[in-house]
Design a protein around this ligand. Structure first.
Ligand code: HEM
Length: 473
């Protein structure tokens, strides 16, 4: 099977869909004897629930994962037991705090107004062709950096500076997939020789380290100067204060890299696929706008739709509770987009001891288990014959409320104790940025090539998404 895997490496996600559809949601990939390669690929929700929740103790973060993601050190992604619990508690105390999200929407709006809008206004005036994937990558990078490090690197300024750190993160993500797919002895040998993907990895690692440690020394100097960290925090409010305390703690560890890895690529990519689907499905876009306008009329008591101004869109999307609870159709559309294009397209686990999965497959510590979130959202047996269609309606009950789909079937944010801690943060960022853009601009794709996903641990579009924007009068 190894030659077939290597041959399909460039279209690995779609290849998984094809095979899983034919194999009742689970199949085993074996390599030649000397590679000791046994990968069990599954999208069976019962297996997922068993591994990530019910019997999670048998599926810790293995040493192989830690080896593959060596750049993340002993951060939240790579650790188990007490160390992981410590990171998790710290992260949750911030990301779960009610005031954090209000502080976050303020930060998102600062970036919308200081970065996104000036850039898009100029692109609209000059009818420039822009790559929306690059733009959203910069938007989420600056926003996450402001939240995590209290520092805006300004990657989304009008001249779109070329930041090596962004490319390094991108290269790093690609190498991680490569290390998952080829036998360990092969990539380790390449690492030793310093060639191919491994050369790219080494260079990317250095750039990431320089950026993070450069920031840490700057921050330490600031703290020394101000004698106490509180003086350095931006803005007021408990949300920001908590962020400062937590981030001062994690800045000491590999956590900065983890938060960048977790948040920057995922949100940017989620946004670009969402906008791609909106341009392909204008009726969904119209319904989102309709919902926004209705909400503004209700909440802000405008007399008619004609009274609605840009400022009112801004007021609506700066209210975290409204973003979270009131915009049902927008929420459904975002979930539907994450179902078809989950920014983290796959996840892996290694069993500690022998186990039998609900599907009947026997697993042991010599095997690696792969969940394909990308394939899971495209299984007819799970989502119906229309599973390839972008239909937000499938998320809405007849009562108008959001339909509950268990997280072991809608796996975009994973499930169980290690579920994504940044889920609400990601949804807030996506909704606020979407409202800012769709209320102000018409987007027209300029497609010179098919839009397909890259084989990376983050589901980038292979050649980006070129568009032109036109500001509404
Ligand atoms: C649409 C955006 C996002 C998606 C689809 C997403 C998805 C995921 C997934 C699938 C996992 C599980 C990974 C694994 O088990 O290996 C995860 C974990 C995690 N995510 Fe997210 N994520 C998103 C945004 C964010 C953001 C914005 C942050 C914070 C800055 C974040 C922080 C984390 C952390 C810290 C973990 C590790 C949790 C643990 O191991 O306990 N994520 N995310």
């Amino acid at each position: 099977m190894l030659p077939a895997l290597l041959k399909n490496h460039h279209r690995i996600h779609d290849c998984a869909v094809e095979v899983l559809e034919k194999t009742q949601l689970t199949f085993l990939v074996t390599g030649p004897w000397f590679t000791n390669m046994k990968l069990l690929v599954t999208v069976d929700p019962a297996n997922v629930h068993h591994i990530l929740s019910k019997n999670v103790g048998n599926y810790p973060r293995g040493s192989k994962f830690k080896e593959i993601c060596e750049v993340l050190g002993d951060g939240i992604f790579t650790t188990n037991s007490e160390m992981w619990q410590y990171h998790r508690r710290m992260a949750q105390s911030v990301f779960g705090h009610p005031e954090f999200h209000q502080a976050l929407v303020e930060k998102v709006w600062e970036k919308v107004e200081s970065g996104l809008i000036p850039f898009l206004d100029r692109a609209s005036e000059q009818r420039l062709e822009i790559d929306l994937q690059d733009l959203f990558g910069r938007f989420s990078f600056d926003t996450i950096s402001t939240v995590v490090m209290n520092y805006d690197p300004g990657s989304l300024s009008i001249d779109l500076p070329n930041l090596p750190f962004l490319k390094a993160l991108h290269d790093f993500e690609e190498v991680i997939v490569y290390r998952h797919v080829v036998p360990t002895c092969v990539w380790k040998f390449q690492r030793w020789l310093g060639i191919g993907q491994e050369k790219k990895h080494r260079e990317a690692w250095k750039i990431i380290d320089d950026f993070v440690y450069g920031y840490i020394s700057k921050r330490q100097a600031e703290i020394r100067k101000n004698s106490q960290s509180k003086a350095c925090k931006v803005g007021n409010g408990l949300g920001v204060e908590l962020m400062t305390i937590y981030m001062d703690e994690v800045r000491k560890s590999a956590e900065i890299g983890s938060m960048f890895g977790a948040g920057r690529g995922t949100v940017g990519v989620a946004l670009v696929w969402f906008f791609y689907l909106l341009t392909k499905n204008p009726h969904v876009l119209s319904k989102i706008k309709e919902e926004l306008d209705t909400m503004i009329v209700q909440v802000q008591h405008c007399r008619t739709d004609d009274d609605i101004t840009w400022n009112q869109y801004k007021i609506l999307s700066r209210n975290f509770q409204d973003l979270k609870d009131k915009l049902i159709y927008l929420h459904a559309a975002v979930c539907e987009s994450l179902r078809l294009y989950p920014p983290v397209p796959f996840n892996t686990k290694v069993p500690m001891g022998p186990d039998t999965l609900p599907s009947g497959h026997k697993v042991d510590s010599s095997m690696q288990i792969i969940f394909s979130m990308y394939a899971m959202g495209r299984m007819k047996s799970l989502w119906g014959e229309d599973c390839y269609e972008f239909k937000p309606e499938r998320w809405i009950l007849e009562t108008g409320k959001i339909r509950y789909v268990p997280s072991h079937q809608f796996l975009a944010f994973s499930t169980g104790p290690r579920t994504c801690v940044g889920k609400n943060m990601a949804l807030t960022m996506m909704k606020a940025a979407t409202i800012a853009i769709i209320s102000r601009y018409h987007i027209e794709p300029v497609q010179a090539h098919p839009i397909v996903p890259n084989a990376s641990m983050i589901l980038h579009m292979k050649k980006g998404f070129k568009i032109k924007v036109a500001a509404y009068e």
